[in-house]
Design a binder for this molecule. Structure first.
Ligand SMILES: [Zn+2]
Length: 112
């Protein structure tokens, strides 16, 4: 019987894509490299382009696996400290609307 960690990863692998070729990791090879206490290192090799990387997994139980590399948190742009540029005023929107309303011609003439 297969290692339960690998079983778990295989069951989740279709949710992840290869960083190199974009192929689903469903067909990738998973190989356990090492295990120490509650940490496991698994080598993932893409079944399509053969790109390979190490997955460092820390778990506190069979169902609470934490896949560090895959669950890296990407900050939302909304969380940015500052929003660049001045906010568009109501007058500017109105002005653009009036100019466009009276415009006759091709859309490409507006640019440049
Ligand atoms: Zn790949």
């Amino acid at each position: 019987m297969d290692d339960p960690i690998l079983e778990f990863l295989r069951s989740q692998s279709h949710n992840y894509r290869c960083r190199v070729c974009g192929s689903s990791h469903k067909g990738s090879q998973l190989r356990k490299i090492g295990q120490q206490n509650n940490k496991v290192v698994v080598q993932v090799t893409c079944g399509r382009c053969r790109d390979s990387f190490m997955l460092h997994i820390q778990f506190a139980g069979a169902l609470s696996a934490e896949v560090e590399e895959v669950t890296a948190v990407v900050p939302s742009p909304r969380d940015a400290e500052e929003i660049e540029g001045d906010p568009v005023t109501h007058d500017e929107v109105l002005d653009a609307h009036q100019r466009l309303a009276g415009f006759q011609g091709k859309l490409t003439d507006l640019i440049g």
